[in-house]
Design a protein around this ligand. Sequence first.
Ligand SMILES: [Zn+2]
Length: 844
Amino acid sequence: MSIVYSTLNKFIDYWKDVEPSKNAYKILSERYFLKTPSGEYLETKWADICRRVARVIATAELVNNPAMESKSDSEKLDEVKSWEETFYNFLLSRIFIPNSPTLFNAGMGVRHELLWKPIEQMTLEDYWEIYNSRNHLHMLSACFVVPVEDSIEGIFDAVKEYALITKAGGGIGSNFSRLRPKGSFVAGTHGQASGPVSFMHVFNSAVGVVEQGYRRRGALMGILNIDHPDIEEFITAKEGNDGEKVLKFFNISVGITMPREELLRLYMEDGEIELKHPKCNTTKKVKVRELLKKMAKNAWKTGDPGLAFLSEMNKYYAMYPEMVIESTNPCGEIGLAPYEACNLGSIDVAKFYLDGQFNWEAFGEATRLAVRFLDNVIDVNVFPLEKITRAVKDSRRIGLGIMGFADLLYLLDIPYDSPEGRQFAADMTAYMAIQGHSESNRLAQEKGNFPLFEKSRYYREEGFAPFAMGMSKFDDELRQVLSESKYGKRNVAVLTIAPTGSISNIADTSSGLEPNFLLAYVRYMNKHDGGKEALFYVNRVLEQKLDKEILEKIKERLVEKGSLKDLPEVPEHIKRVFVTAMDISPMDHLLMQDAFQRYVDNNISKTINMPNSATEEDVLNIYLEALKLNIRGLTIYRDGSLQTQVLTSAKNLKTKDAPKVQFFVLDEKHKLRPKPRKDTLRSVTRKFKTDSGTTYITVSFDDNGEAVEIFLSNGTELAEAIGRLSSIALRAGVSAEEILEQLRKVKGTYTPALAKEIKSAIDDFVELWGETPAETIDTFVIDGTAKTAEEIEKFVTANGLQWAEGYYIDADGNTYCPSCLSKNSIIKQEGCTSCRKCGWSKCS
Ligand SMILES: [Zn+2]
């Protein structure tokens, strides 16, 4: 093998000996280790995953490497083994991790013995068997775009394609603008069309039916162009979030098809756009200001819709106008032509910091090796549709990105929200573009061009650049590399910045290009005696840089506040560098997105975080600023806006349908919370006469015959107070026996006598209502660890939760993580919903 990664190898050697953290292992064992259908673990170490994935990806060299053909079998074997070992160490070091579908599905269909057999014993036949036995589950890509045509046949073909891709575990985006608007004439039926939004519900339901387990939820992107006659209905499509009618699997975005400068001009001049559709004779004019205001209002409320600048994507698309990008994937980082798919992977840039410096050379070599890896993924991928296989092989699009950016800036002492931070981002990404594109050019010489190359602008257009540039010292060098693309290119696009949710947790680094959301958090570990121990996790860079004594003093407040901002003990320079997502102004978020996008040929997944106090006007201003920058998509998230969506139907849950379970629920402040009271309960009432009057005692019982409420009335405050406090204690899981024990200890005559009467009321229950069969009572603690599907189901039913947008929500609008059930721990980052307690991420 002629390619040497000498500087990179030094970093690989260092990092492959660093074990993944407990937290990383928890995620691996909950979701990533391969299991038999009966649940037995086939993998128990990160190294096992790395071996399986590296081995499968290396087999691509047998089929996509023309130099192999002239080699003898033993040379071929050496070559494949050598690539397996290179990829294995690369993955083991966690410097590079591919997207979750690759980790999940590489090796599907292959005999298990072959996946972890010692490499010395591997034969060429073994590698061929691996390659040839991949089955229909061997789907390694994350992103898909499916076109939706304006006919009943076309729509239902697409629905079927959605079902197949969802089943395979991919996220799908579509542009629904071809569908004729609501109310327009349908020939042959004398009927009226129901419009794109109503059809999106069909897609949503289809995905809901085929959705598999809870490892990956169905994730969809629906786009409607800004000039479609139904755009106003579309903007508010997710407004009435009642858990039933809402398009729960869809992120929605308004497609901006005109140049962004044009949209900004129309806004400034208070101009109008014409809403029109070729199948519809009537047109309508709408003020751009009204439309944008409406979008801002809804985004302020719920985060939807986002904006997808399709014109910008096509401006920089190497196949435009031959082919057109009409939609993105669910998180927005990849714009695709119809039936294209893309596989992604990310490099942890924080791992290249050594001795006070960022090692450019090693980072460059890692970029090159990762490009080869992702290019190989294309040749071992199995897609559910032949049309996708063809489109992917024609373009060979890959999406290499980064993670660990925030941690790297901490290490370099550069604030994220500063000109230096943005400059570093631009230089780093420009350098990555130089290495990534030059490797794609080189691979074309070694393995051949992507089949559409001669139709591409790389071949046809002198000086074509797939991004804006203009900010880095590397611009000239990058232009040089891009101009060499005219001699050949392996991939239509190379870079992206994708959400890295779970894989950044596996790499023990910060997520994608995003700032950290938290600098410290608490997780609970089981102790031998059955109790729980609270463990503090502090950002590893902060731990290195902040004085130990100060850290010890502030850590509890840091967990609570989530930011160093208001902690007087912390030195100013540390505060300035260790900023979190909520410390950073929306404009600084936006400028960082611009800096990255200038050097990325695919798109970027980033969320513009706004404080809860932000107004609709603030959101609108961010839109206008975005129109002046090099931005291809916009997702905003106002802190707390997920929690304030009010549900109406949750209240209609029938109490008799709730299972007989009892939960001790720890909420975000680690306190016991009462479980909800049902509307109808069985009860026993007793009359208790004393010298001072009569007390009525009513004890109510749940379906298990457990006392859950005590109601006391004799016209005094004391009786009512005892009743109310006892009831809330009962509902929080304190036993009736313990409560009565406390009441008996009260010095006086009334309360201990009352305790005795309450005891009698409880004893009367069996006599009056009969024996309730003993039920097993489940108890578990909400502490940031993943729950089983069964536990989740019970919890959700018992608490009357509704499914909304990828998480659960209660009648008061509180959110619950779909993995660990933590309350109000759901945030939006990287254009994606994630849990800050357990690291769960909707897209990973
Ligand atoms: Zn969680």
